[in-house]
Design a binder for this molecule. Structure first.
Ligand code: CIR
Length: 260
């Protein structure tokens, strides 16, 4: 099976408290109905692409729990429970743990530190871990140790200042190409991956998500779509303007894996 040929996705329905999700800046939060609509469109797109999509019940005590990517990292080989850096999100780990234990033979934990899944980019060769305001050096070290147990290798990189998560600014287009914002246009960081730079006025499109043969990309970013399609990759635009109000994009609303 190919690198992007996911078979399963785990999502969590937004709670009505999502309107109080963490956000940078002094602007209004999203409207619940609009978040629910964007979430449903996302789940529908994954189903149409052929994935078995399971949606966990909402958690009112955790406004950001719709973003299941942050408390855990999953692979065909097993799952790793992370430890999100925002105190209001720490409890999401205990909520997702039993769900992963039901679905994965091996579920590892971090020995120390903090890591948000949004700071992790899994490439065909290695797992990149972006240090950020949410992911610290102790967490990165513990994650590298957990990855090694699964036979995977991790490497530490840096999320640019002012960018919430590493993957806020990048996403894989295909096995050899990564979309990046200008601040991440760095050959050393991405090794042999070719970089496609997303223009600054469409920076939010960099958090794109390749699923099977399609790149899912935020709606309203024509130039970014054109850059992806120029590589011969099909795109599908999805609405993300409401979840964008709480600093989220496409990768963060699911955990995806290839069943063995
Ligand atoms: C947070 O600040 O944690 C949420 N409001 C947004 C999390 C987005 N997660 C992600 O990009 N992986």
């Amino acid at each position: 099976m190919g690198f992007f040929d996911f078979t399963n996705a785990l999502l969590r329905k937004p709670a009505t408290s999502v309107t109080d999700g963490l956000r940078d800046g002094d602007h209004d939060g999203p409207a619940y109905d609009d978040v629910a609509r964007e979430h449903a469109a996302y789940a529908g797109a994954l189903r149409e692409l052929g994935l078995e999509v399971e949606v966990l019940p909402p958690l009112e005590s955790f406004p950001d729990s719709i973003f299941v990517e942050d408390p855990a990292l999953v692979f065909g080989e097993g799952a790793i429970l992370l430890n999100p850096g925002a105190p209001t999100r720490a409890g999401e780990v205990a909520e997702i743990a039993p769900e992963l234990e039901r679905r994965f033979e091996r579920v590892l934990t971090l020995a120390e530190g903090h890591v948000d899944g949004g700071d992790i980019l899994t490439t065909p060769d290695e797992v990149l871990i972006g240090l950020s305001a949410r992911t610290d050096a102790d967490g990165a070290k513990a994650l590298i140790a957990a990855l090694a147990v699964l036979g995977l290798s991790g490497r530490v990189v840096t999320t640019p200042p002012g960018v919430l998560h590493f993957k806020t600014g990048c996403g894989l287009i295909d096995e050899e190409t990564v979309a990046v914002i200008a601040e991440l246009d760095d050959q050393e960081m991405f090794g042999s991956l070719r970089r496609v730079v997303i223009p600054a006025n469409e920076a939010a499109a960099a958090n794109l998500l390749r699923v099977r043969g399609t790149v899912l990309i935020g709606e309203g970013f024509p130039k970014a779509r054109e850059l992806v399609e120029a590589l011969g990759v099909k795109t599908q635009a999805l609405p993300v303007s409401e979840i964008g109000k709480i600093d989220a994009g496409l990768s963060c609303m699911s955990l995806r894996w290839q069943a063995a």
